[in-house]
Design a protein around this ligand. Structure first.
Ligand SMILES: [Zn+2]
Length: 527
């Protein structure tokens, strides 16, 4: 009888909220009022939740990146991929065309076990805790009998939501070992954080990965990685409709102007087209407040430049959502990655990176590549087409130095010099995070900038010295809204960590940062 009454009240609540909200609320299994669940009931709740959240995820089209960083002195490869996370037949086609695609079944990392079945698990309550201010119960989770499942902990709230999980699973070990090019299976611990996005559903937005060292590994061994997801603002259906609009929007006729003006307008049209594709597909942040600060840096540099002719169309800046260090030129639009902005220790360092881009535009005006002009190509192919091999970099660096030495940044360039030292030092080891294409352009390999009077006085580069750093760890400066893909500077203190320049640190994401209007941002967590 009690069960029937409970069912009835759930039905009423559900139909009421349906009326109020105009649509069925995204809700996982029914609420429980017991302060303490029976361990067996907790297992059933986790099963229902994981099945529900896996289904919810497949309605969405998140973009994600996966990065695994080798340890100091370790010969393991540096592995990075990004792209669409949920595999569908179309995505698979796109993945096959990409040079380094996300591994298939990467979704395994987004759950303790996407096929979580309560019959295969034993849960044991350990303690009460909180995740992002939400009270949760932490359960130790083991697989039963021969089942090769998740071994670790899950954080379950009273409504049956799993907010966090940390542990290991064979399927994840195989996936990461294979993807990072290991023949023998490595063991990993992975930890996922979830956030309430898109009208109430819960999605995994951040995963921290740490390799479990073998017995013969050095004691300080700390191979780490992370996965980050965004683009939760649109469902898969909405994303598909948005893609179709791109081509329609841009078929504008030209005319009534001089041929030179038309040429410039054509260039801007091509830039806008590529920016639209990259933004709508979730690889580029939409224009927002951050671009204004970036534009300020550019105008600080150009204010004193004595270019024979002004750069026209005017220079713009947009943010690529990748943690990989990147600066690409799309005509007169600079695409700078979150990774570059994150790791650059101060504004003068950001200015040094952007000065290189401006110097490229001034010294070797590149015609915008026909490969990207209104071509229907997957976004990662468009991006690849914008990559240029370093050439005649000394001349570019001289032009960059001319800009910097007249700018308001000139007295603050020592940190930037250390950043350039760092780029040259880590690029061979972190060959996907700091690829040669980036180091060859930005790294000042000939020392034009670093031997100049503005950088010469910098401290001697020593990545292990206390209080001394060349770059910040990943995730230090930039906040990313996981629904809108907007970026902004994080209002958290900048904390350089010894030996962690360009390093991976555990993200401790927290929701509702009103200032950046972000449902979820990442900040540095020290370990
Ligand atoms: Zn260059």
């Amino acid at each position: 009888m009690r069960a029937i009454r409970l069912l009835l009240s759930i039905t009423i609540v559900v139909s009421l909220s349906h009326l109020v909200l105009g649509r069925a609320p995204a809700s996982p299994p029914e609420e429980t009022n017991d302060a303490r669940l029976k361990d067996a009931d907790a297992a059933v709740l986790v099963q229902r939740f994981e099945q529900w959240t896996t289904t919810e995820l497949r309605k969405m089209d998140p973009v994600g990146e996966l990065y695994l960083q080798p340890d100091n002195g370790d010969k393991a490869t540096d592995s990075y991929s990004w792209g669409r996370v949920v595999s569908t037949p179309e995505n698979e086609k796109e993945r096959r065309k990409t040079a380094d695609p996300l591994p298939s079944h990467v979704e395994e990392l987004l759950s303790p076990d996407p096929q979580f079945d309560a019959r295969h698990y034993v849960l044991r309550f350990i303690r009460h805790d909180s995740v992002n201010g939400i009270p949760v119960s932490i359960y130790e989770t083991h697989s039963r009998g021969d089942y090769d499942g998740f071994e670790g902990q899950v954080a379950l709230d009273r409504q049956g939501f799993v907010w966090r999980y940390i542990g290991s699973r064979r399927a994840v070990d195989s996936l990461l070992s294979k993807w990072s090019g290991h023949w023998r299976k490595r063991r990993f611990v992975y930890s996922g954080w979830r956030a309430r996005l898109r009208g109430g559903s819960l999605y995994t937005t951040d995963v921290f990965i740490q390799e479990t060292p073998g017995l013969n590994s050095p004691p300080q061994f700390s191979r780490r990685g992370r996965m980050r997801l965004w683009n939760f603002g649109k469902t898969r259906a909405e994303q598909a409709r948005a893609e179709l609009q791109v081509v329609d929007d841009n078929e504008r006729p030209l005319g009534g102007r001089s041929s030179e003006e038309n040429e410039r307008q054509w260039m801007r049209d091509v830039e806008d087209y590529v920016l639209d594709v990259l933004t709508r597909d979730g690889y580029l942040a939409p224009e927002g407040t951050f671009e204004t600060s970036c534009a300020q840096v550019i105008s600080n540099l150009l204010a004193v430049a004595r270019f024979p002719e002004p750069i026209d169309p005017p220079v713009r800046c947009r943010v690529l959502l990748s943690s990989r260090l990147d600066l690409r030129l799309l005509g007169h639009t600079m695409l700078i990655s979150i990774g570059s902005l994150d790791t650059a220790g101060d504004e003068a360092t950001v200015a040094t990176i952007l000065a290189h881009g401006l110097a490229e535009m001034a010294t070797k005006p590149l015609p915008i590549t026909a490969k990207v002009a209104f071509a229907k190509r997957p976004p990662l192919e468009l991006l690849a087409a914008l990559e240029t091999k370093p050439s005649d970099e000394e001349a570019v660096d001289k032009a960059a130095l001319a800009l910097l030495s007249k700018s308001l940044y000139r007295s603050k360039l020592e940190q930037a010099g250390l950043f350039l030292d760092g780029i040259n030092d880590v690029s061979p080891r972190l060959s996907t995070l700091v690829p040669r294409t980036f180091a060859g352009h930005i790294g000042d390999t000939a020392g034009v900038l670093r031997q100049s009077e503005w950088m010469r006085q910098r401290p001697v580069y020593d990545p292990m010295r206390l209080g001394h750093f060349s770059a910040l760890p990943l995730g230090s400066r930039m906040a990313l809204n996981r629904e809108t893909n907007q970026v902004d500077l994080l209002r958290a203190p900048l904390v350089p960590l010894v030996g962690k320049s360009f390093g991976v640190v555990p993200p401790y994401p927290y929701p509702n940062d009103a200032e950046v209007n972000a449902p979820l941002v990442s900040r540095v967590g020290s370990d």
